[in-house]
Design a binder for this molecule. Sequence first.
Ligand code: EH3
Length: 381
Amino acid sequence: MRITRILYREVLKQVDFYSRFNPSPLSIEKFLQFGQEKCEKTSFLFLRKELPVRLANIMKELHLLPNRLLEMPSVELVNSWYERSFDEILNFESASPDSSEVRELFCDTLIKIRNRHSNVVETMAQGILELKQSTLVDQHVEHCIQYFLNRFYMSRISIRMLINQHAALFGSDLNNQSPRNIGCIDPHCDVKAIAYDAYDNARFLCDQYYLTSPGIDIETINGQDPNGPVSIVYTPSHLYHILFELYKNAMRAVVESHNEDDDLPPIKTIIVKAKEDLTIKICDKGGGIPRSLRDMLFQYMYSTAPQPSASGMNSAPLAGYGYGLPISRLYARYLQGDLVISSLEGYGTDAIVYLKVLSSEANELLPVFNKTSSKHYTSIQ
Ligand SMILES: CS(=O)(=O)N1CCC(Oc2ccc(-c3c(C(=O)NC[C@H]4CC[C@H](C(=O)O)CC4)noc3-c3cc(Cl)c(O)cc3O)cc2)CC1
């Protein structure tokens, strides 16, 4: 036990040390450049420092959460994953970048870490449910938890992006990516194709649960080159995640605001590529939601539907488990874009996704641990 305590104290000292460095945001242009150069040594040297820095920055915030939340079994489990992964990467701190065995072991370690953290979102959600079932959570604590989760999941998106790029370029990652991809990035991501894919899969869920679904109408406009493609340098999986969530919400609102024998109004989508922004607007006539509830949509665990049951038999699959929309907004904001909901109560809702067209402007938006961020956690013990 004594050795474990000494090792644990050593890890915490290292977390302290690495948290004093600011994370280094990359632009999608830089990701592409890294990928085209395909220099594993450069990537290894960058990641063995940057990953501990990003992990340490968010771990310091995790440790500022109220003790009664940190003591929840699921939160303790998430914390243990982060500490273990942080420690495993530090093993490469002084390893030789010239050794192919070292580089191969590093890549395998990153893939192991990515797999270890695959259920962090659900496990963290479980931890917050455990807290709410065990004690009253006042509005101030609730607000701090929302603040933390947005930063925690943004950090996680960025860490997984770094790992996915390295594993896709240098690892034995089963590359189910398109051959034109640079790692997980598609230099010519066809937005309309991703929108149809997301719609089709959301429609499948909708048909399964409601036995009906609204149609779709997609229009594209290229303001710069009328005959040119409406494409962007982007990570297709991120764009799919955003649009899949938005189509699910639109379908649920449309079906639930009409009678069984009504003709369902189609969901209209317009995609416009201009000089600075590529904008995707998804318009539905699903009756809308009052302005007073709009911010609730981005609250983790909010739903106007009954919470999905454990069995999943009678759960409303379109309602999700309470974090689809806030995380979709994080994906949009991760590379300086945004996701905005504009609802007309009594009529319908427009969901608008803004993406940066210039890859030099699409820089990672990363949470930084400092005095300002720490102030959000004071007086919530
Ligand atoms: C945290 S999460 O990410 O997990 N997630 C957020 C999403 C939520 O599911 C949904 C889905 C649709 C809607 C919805 C309604 C609606 O439902 N109106 C009817 C209620 C109006 C108030 C009324 C009341 O006053 O309470 C009770 C009925 N109207 O317009 C939309 C709508 C929303 C989005 Cl975001 C959209 O993109 C498109 C839309 O049409 C609300 C909630 C699951 C949870």
